[in-house]
Write a protein that binds this ligand. Structure first.
Ligand code: UDP
Length: 309
């Protein structure tokens, strides 16, 4: 039976990946410091090690080593910049060593954030990025960029079977909405359901492209388990952009909310536009997102509705 080590396996993406692994008969081990989670989100049958990934090591061997541990929400990582950068530098090194000693496949969730303020939208994998190296978001985006460089070094010099994916704003049931942890979709949904003000940062004309969790999971599984992908780097996302103001209006309409849409100061270094060029994954895997934003929001709203009312 295959064995998989997942750092950050208790988080939003991680806990969905653990469920998928279990369905596929893969034995998952989770390392997670619970820094971004309130509850245990994986079944009790899963081995759970509560530890920071930069402090973790093991002699155990794994067929798959998946490094997800991160603090992906901007308001959260700017509050904890050292933690954010260490899990994606020292932590990446630890996970690479485990994969190398295991002779297993290593997969890393990098981020669309590595492109920074991109000048090519939708952004293809071979765009180098335009990033402020010491700005407020650098603890996250430079950590992810350093990790990509370290991973490719392990691949080139030590022949580790490494795979890098760059997710673009994945959302769905199980994502957190509260405090600095909440990303834009869950925050807007919860505020709309409670008829509270939906707060748009800046002018609301900035864009994102969103991907529903099931689509992320399907392609992630294929990317992780297909042969002959060592050294590959892919975007996982959608090319369809929406402005944050349009998103607020859409969620307000879909929830039948009486919320007002209000404006606050823009976040520093907030990318103006973000969308994935998906041609590479379409060509490699014949993959396209199957869940539209409307459908994905519908399912996510239903999930939150059950928890709020
Ligand atoms: N945003 C907003 N209101 C919120 C949360 C986020 O207007 O309550 C905006 C944020 O400024 C950014 C976009 O929504 O332009 C996406 O933010 P998120 O925190 O989801 O992460 P990001 O895509 O920036 O990493």
């Amino acid at each position: 039976m295959n064995r998989m080590l997942i750092s950050g396996g208790n988080g939003f993406l991680g806990s969905h990946l653990v469920s998928k692994a279990m369905k596929k008969g893969v034995v998952a081990t989770v390392v997670d410091d619970m820094s971004t989670s309130k509850d245990i989100n994986v079944p009790s049958s899963v081995k759970f090690i509560k530890e920071k990934i930069e402090n973790f090591n093991t002699e155990e061997k794994f067929d798959f080593v998946v490094h997800l541990a991160a603090r992906p929400s901007p308001e959260d990582y700017v509050e904890h910049p050292i933690d954010a950068i260490l899990s994606n530098s020292a932590g990446t090194r630890n996970m690479l060593d485990i994969a190398m000693n295991s002779k297993g496949v290593f997969m890393y969730t990098s981020s669309s954030e590595i492109y920074g303020e991109a000048s090519i939208i939708p952004t293809p994998e071979d765009y180098y990025g335009y990033v402020n190296p010491n700005g407020i978001r650098s603890c996250y985006d430079e950590g992810k960029r350093f990790s990509e460089a370290l991973i490719m070094a392990y691949h080139r010099e030590r022949h580790v079977d490494t795979r890098i994916q760059r997710p673009f704003n994945v959302y769905g049931p199980g994502i957190r909405a509260d405090g600095g942890y909440g990303r834009v979709i869950p925050r807007f949904i919860v505020r709309a359901l409670m008829d509270e003000d939906i707060i748009v940062h800046g002018d609301g004309k900035q864009t994102r492209s969103f991907l529903y969790i099931d689509d992320w999971l399907d392609l992630t599984w294929e990317f992780l388990t297909s042969p002959n992908l060592a050294g590959e780097v892919i975007n996982i996302g959608s090319s369809e952009e929406i402005t944050i103001y349009e998103l607020a209006e859409m969620i307000k309409r879909m929830t039948g909310s009486r919320s007002r849409i209000t404006f606050e100061k823009a976040r520093e270094n907030d990318p103006r536009r973000r969308a994935a060029d998906t041609r590479k994954i379409e060509n490699m895997f014949g993959w396209k997102p199957t869940v539209s934003l409307e459908e994905g929001l519908e399912r996510t709203i239903e999930w939150f509705r059950k928890r709020i009312k």
